[in-house]
Design a protein around this ligand. Structure first.
Ligand SMILES: Cc1ncc(COP(=O)(O)O)c(C=O)c1O
Length: 281
């Protein structure tokens, strides 16, 4: 039997609390998972990416009998890359049955690729896989702190026993229900993101900067290491114009900035700003 629950914190780490001594996760960038893992007395093991993308073999090589949980953000933040469903299934098949696989589908609503799947099928056909989804992204409810998890009943039951009482507020639940019903908003937001993600990728690439192909609602822009042309220089230059991108030193990407897809006006202003920045001598 499968069931789902509302969630607020990275509960899956909590679910491993008593027995966890070791967990593995592939996302070298995520700051959320290490905190949840550490908070539960487990050890983080990081599997490197290949081309800013999760590498199933690298994860599997790092799994040991002490591994309890594997996190997979798919699509990933802040790279915007994703693993096709076949690869996710290969990961599940390669993991020992006792290892919980957490599929974090925070950005799934922005993806329109035939080979991508959110993971429902995998949860439904395995006993130790869950998928999580937040209302913070396409639904725009970040400050309400609400999301949901779909998983096998025995895992949901364990999570329900250890999570705090009343940890999701009634206003948050009502807003989440309204958000699910507002399919027009989701469609509009997805179409807008796709249109401007393509446009931004093309325009920024034309400026001679590398952009990692993204399926999410942001793009990762790489900058040269040359003094005056770096990501930090670009960040300072754009910030002076009131254009705030995300510096990624804390994510292990000091030479890149993440740009969230914005309104048409904001997108055009950033491209203009980057054009002026790259033209500087
Ligand atoms: C991959 C990923 N998962 C989950 C979240 C968490 O979303 P929230 O805590 O707002 O529900 C984020 C937020 O940035 C994220 O990037």
């Amino acid at each position: 039997m499968k069931s789902s629950i509302c969630w607020r914190t990275p509960i899956s780490a909590t679910a491993t609390r008593r027995s966890a001594r070791r967990t593995a996760f592939w996302c070298t960038r995520s700051r959320l998972y290490p905190i949840a893992t550490k908070a539960n007395g487990a050890i983080n093991v990081v599997a490197p990416e290949t081309n800013f993308t999760a590498d199933v073999d690298a994860i599997l090589q790092r799994v040991s009998p002490r591994t309890k949980l594997v996190w997979l953000a798919n699509p990933n933040n802040p790279t915007g890359t994703y693993l096709p469903f076949d690869e996710v299934k290969r990961l599940r098949a390669g993991l020992p049955p006792h290892v919980l696989l957490v599929l974090d589908a925070a950005y799934s609503d922005y993806v329109s690729r035939n080979d991508y799947e959110i993971g429902i099928e995998l949860v439904a056909t395995s006993e130790n896989t869950v998928m999580t989804h937040t209302f913070s992204k396409i639904h725009g409810l970040a400050s309400l702190r609400i999301g949901w998890m779909f998983g096998p009943a025995h895992i949901v039951d364990a999570v329900n026993r250890i999570r705090g009482p009343f940890n999701v507020s009634t206003p948050a639940m009502l807003a989440a229900v309204a958000a699910i019903e507002d399919t027009a908003h989701v469609q509009m937001s997805k179409a807008h993101t796709e249109k401007w993600r393509n446009w931004l990728t093309e325009e920024v690439t034309k400026l001679g900067l590398k952009v990692t192909p993204s399926v999410a609602n942001f793009i990762l822009i790489h900058f040269p290491l040359e003094k005056g042309k770096t990501a930090a220089d670009a960040d300072a230059f754009l910030t002076k114009r009131g254009l705030v991108l995300r510096g990624l030193t804390n994510y292990g990407l000091p030479h890149a900035l993440r740009m969230t897809i914005g309104t048409e006006e904001a997108n055009r202003l950033v491209v203009e700003g980057l054009r002026d920045f790259t033209a500087r001598r």
